[in-house]
Design a protein around this ligand. Structure first.
Ligand SMILES: O=C(O)C1=C[C@@H](OP(=O)(O)O)[C@@H](O)[C@H](O)C1
Ligand SMILES: C=C(OP(=O)(O)O)C(=O)O
Length: 413
């Protein structure tokens, strides 16, 4: 896909998809509750897929979670405790994304789950659930440094485990706001979860059918922040559907983007972004992405493009997402004169020495966020985005929204 910008101020309103993280939790909780209405579901594949697979569960013994991490992990816990029998698989990449921590915990709780290919990775075979003594809570302990999705998955099925769940989180915890989001939704669906430092207790019980309205997606909003950061002074964008009181940790983008001159104003429904050229950079800030890993690509690209370097920490989980995002960023930034330099000990510096955009072709590695994070560079010069269809995972309307705001988009190679 060829993308270019005719010049001038960026201005207008852009529609965001709804959050797939909120939606996929609400869909699991609704399935367990046996009722309730989830409103504002997006047309993104991760959400549509979760909805479809949950409907198929009673009538099939083969499910394909494709490349959706939340679907693979949340469904694994759901299928285990509901005693489903069958196989859960995913794309080639999904079969490289680890799931052992979750499977091991579910086995301890009584689930019979086997690995069908490589030990520790999907595809999985589910062969029933052997309920243990329900007089005591199921005690599990999981590490929190690989994926928070394991923890969210276990918490959501907690009320349905024999005696409920007492879950101890060990070691450093990544993506913590996603765990908080899980707890908040569980409470809305009637669970009495308690948290005492890193021990989470979920009493046995049933969720109650609840109506839930999904907020727009802050991770998707981050690409509009990039666009405003890279646009000429005075540019502005309105994004309806975002709330100040958000459950999404990726709201952190509002603070991060002040480094790049984007001012956020909260409206009664949504946000207004304005470009205000920042003062010259005095020192290199360090930004920690432990809580918001999905923002890392957005920020690395903007920092390199504006030659306003940032040091980035908390990127460990990027290597096991839709692709190895560190390697992918390094390869693609290099095409423009940028880098994500490995400084050792978990520190990286997003930087450039003369960033230039002219007809480079960006590879996207089956990763929606590679496509969405690099596309805003079209404000600086024409670019090609390879396999633009990858955005269907979380933001299928992205290209249409860019066209609406004035980008020229053609399918030409
Ligand atoms: O729980 C969730 O909805 C998510 C958690 C995060 O994953 P990790 O916990 O694996 O970092 C995030 O990257 C993913 O896009 C969505
Ligand atoms: C990591 C992501 O997704 P998931 O883990 O749900 O596949 C993402 O959307 O950036």
């Amino acid at each position: 896909m060829h993308l270019s910008w005719p010049g001038g101020l960026l201005s207008g309103t852009a529609q965001l998809p709804a959050s797939k993280s909120e939606a996929n939790r609400a869909l699991i909780l609704r399935a367990l509750a046996g009722g309730g209405k989830v409103d504002n579901l997006s047309d993104a594949n991760d959400t549509q897929l979760m909805q479809r697979l949950l409907m198929e569960v009673p009538n099939t013994n083969v499910l394909d979670a494709e490349d959706a991490g939340t679907v693979m992990r949340f469904l694994t816990a759901y299928l285990a405790v509901t005693g489903w029998k069958g196989r859960l698989t995913g794309t080639a990449r999904a079969q490289e994304r680890p799931i052992a921590v979750l499977v091991e915990a579910l086995r301890q709780a009584g689930a019979v789950i086997n690995y069908l290919a490589n030990e520790g990775y999907p595809p999985l075979e589910f062969a029933g659930f052997a309920a243990a003594d329900a007089s005591e809570p199921t005690e599990l302990s999981v590490r929190g440094d690989i994926s928070s999705q394991y923890i969210s998955a276990l918490l959501m099925v907690g009320p349905y485990l024999p005696g409920g769940l007492r879950l101890t989180l060990t070691g450093p915890i990544g993506s913590r706001p996603y765990i908080e989001m899980t707890l908040a939704l569980m409470r809305q669906f009637g669970a009495q979860v308690s948290a005492e430092s890193d021990v989470l207790t979920v009493p046995p019980g049933q969720y109650r059918p609840t109506d839930y309205v999904v907020e727009s997606d802050w991770s998707a909003a981050s690409y509009w922040y990039s666009l405003v950061a890279l646009a000429s002074a005075g540019s502005e964008i309105t994004l309806p559907g975002l709330r100040r009181e958000s459950l999404q940790g990726d709201q952190a983008i509002a603070g991060i983007m002040t480094h790049f001159g984007v001012k956020t104003t909260f409206l009664s429904d949504g946000v207004h972004l304005q470009q205000q050229p920042p003062a010259p950079q005095q020192e290199i800030p360090t930004l920690d992405f432990t809580d918001c890993p999905d923002l890392a690509q957005t920020v690395a690209v903007v920092a390199a493009a504006l030659t306003r370097p940032v040091e980035m920490t908390g990127l460990e989980s990027l290597r096991i997402k839709e692709t190895d995002r560190i390697a992918a960023l390094q390869m693609e930034l290099a095409k423009f004169g940028g880098d994500l330099r490995d400084l050792g000990e978990g520190r990286f510096r997003a930087e450039s020495n003369g960033f230039s955009v002219f007809e480079q072709s960006v590879a996207t590695y089956h990763d929606h966020r590679m496509a969405m994070a690099f596309a805003p560079l079209a404000l600086l010069g024409p670019v090609h985005i390879q396999s633009p269809g990858v955005v269907r995972k979380s933001y299928p309307q992205y290209w249409k929204e860019l066209a609406k705001i004035g980008f020229s988009i053609s399918e030409a190679a």
